[in-house]
Design a protein around this ligand. Structure first.
Ligand code: FAD
Length: 429
């Protein structure tokens, strides 16, 4: 069986290994310089730590201690350590080398642009014959909303990309404050990058609610039993009740085992209500940051190098002293700031109509795929098979990882994706 995989981040790399183990002939296509890295693990910044403890970060579903053992062998710590993400890249590289050594995996550097009738096409004209196609395009870069009126010369749209991080370092060397749009995990990364690069100006971060990721505690709380797949309203009541009796982290983590079942049990209106009203709270409580990272962010806030404002940007205007930005505070009042640039920290783009990836566009335009109803990814069925514009599940086309959030919600981090990879490889092979 010939399997083509588009995307050589965590999902594509581990899927390649999983299919090769079963005997498939795998071609993995990656457009970036590096294989086995992707958006999360391309960073070389030592302060960018994993936001999950080593004991939970095994890349392989069948070997839960795989990463923890590697961490111990490398002398990086133990199961409770939050390892730098660049070290996780070294770990993934080892698995990738092993997959290549089987002789059943071929690495192709290029941009996948189109798929049809048993073949995949790359931008350079290469055609790959296939029996199965696995989409693992992952975290697509987002853009600052055009309506903000930030001129391109003052915008850093993709702080994870190689150009974006270069730009951040250049900005860090200049005088002038910076505006960060978004206050989640990307903001945390950007603050650390700027700090490491010696930035001395003020970082003003804004989002509608101004919520910042919470910290992991040093030793994890005892896990509580899951309340099971309840309707949204009952679940919120249940979690609030538990959080009054037990540490809130334990109440949130109790949902982990059943998060996919909970999401799939909700109706579309319930999912929409969750996204509209609860998502920002969920994100900061569920996707927490390592204690050393949290301490650095807290220090920056205490020293007023980082200011977090809950509000909405009402306009941005180019002036003599830089870009004048007006922020309408959530509780009322207007804040006017003068900045030298605006950094997009809104996180990956889920709405595929805004994604520039040619393959995603072609698959949707040709009716082979469609966005999910919530517009946070691609529509797939319970087996991760891509649904056509008419709603038919494909026999050959699968999707993995963050692309499948609409169907599973919590399918963004390694502990969730590794199980999906195994299920897809077992079903598709
Ligand atoms: C900054 C950041 C930090 C994170 N930290 C953690 C963490 O600590 N722990 C955790 O569990 N999860 C973390 N995550 C979640 C992350 O989504 C997963 O860990 C995992 O990396 C997802 O991998 P992926 O391969 O699905 O996506 P990606 O890593 O986004 O990889 C997709 C790849 O596909 C390639 N690609 C896309 N389209 C094409 C095309 N048309 N042709 C060729 N190549 C293409 C891209 O170049 C990219 O390399 C983090 C995510 C981000 C963004």
């Amino acid at each position: 069986m010939r399997v083509a995989i588009v995307g050589g981040g965590y999902s594509g790399t581990i899927a390649a290994a999983a299919f090769a183990r079963r005997g498939a002939e795998v071609t993995l296509v990656e457009k970036a310089e590096r294989f086995a890295a992707g958006a999360a693990y391309s960073t070389s910044e030592p302060s960018h730590l994993l936001n999950v403890r080593a004991r939970s970060m095994s890349a392989l579903d069948e070997a839960p201690r795989h990463f923890r053992d590697w961490v111990e062998r490398e002398g990086l710590g133990g199961g409770d350590t939050f390892v730098p993400r660049r070290d996780y890249r070294r770990y993934l590289a080892g698995i990738w080398e092993e997959a290549l050594a089987t002789g059943r995996v071929r690495a192709l550097h290029g941009v996948a642009v189109a798929a049809a009738e048993g073949r995949l096409e790359l931008a350079d004209g290469t055609r790959i014959g296939l029996d199965r196609l696995v989409l693992a395009g992952g975290n697509y870069p987002s853009r600052l909303p055009l309506g903000l009126g930030v001129p391109p010369s003052r915008a850093v749209d993709d702080p994870w990309g190689p150009q974006g991080s270069e730009r951040l370092r250049a900005l860090a060397a200049q005088a002038g404050d910076l505006l960060l749009v978004g206050t989640g995990l990307t903001m945390v990364d950007v603050c650390l990058t700027l700090d490491e690069a010696g930035f001395t100006g003020r970082m003003i971060a804004t989002s509608r609610r101004g919520l910042v990721p919470r910290r992991h505690v040093e030793a994890g709380d005892e896990p509580l039993p899951s309340p099971g797949p309840l309707p949204l309203r009952s679940l919120v009541r249940e979690v609030r009740g538990t959080a009054r009796r037990a540490p809130w982290r334990a109440a949130v983590d109790a949902l982990r085992a059943d998060s996919v079942a909970i999401w799939r049990g909700w109706s579309e209106p319930e999912r929409r209500r969750f996204l509209r009203h609860l998502r920002p709270w969920w994100d900061v409580h569920r996707h927490r940051i390592a204690p050393p990272v949290a301490s650095r962010i807290e220090t920056m806030r205490r020293e007023q190098r980082l200011e977090v404002i809950a509000g909405r940007i009402s306009f941005a205007e180019e002036g003599a002293g830089g870009l004048g930005v007006s922020i309408r505070r959530r509780g009322g009042g207007e804040e006017r700031v003068q900045v030298s640039a605006v950094v997009n920290c809104t996180g990956p783009e889920g709405d595929l109509s805004r994604v520039e990836d040619p393959l995603v566009r072609q698959l949707i335009a040709s009716g082979q795929a469609r966005p999910d109803p919530l517009r946070i990814g691609l529509d797939v069925d319970a087996q991760s098979r891509v649904l056509s514009s008419a709603g038919w599940a494909s026999e050959t086309l699968y999707a993995l990882g963050p692309l499948t959030r609409g169907a599973f919600w919590e399918m963004v981090a390694v502990p969730d994706i590794r199980g999906q990879i195994e299920r897809v490889a077992a079903a598709a092979y």
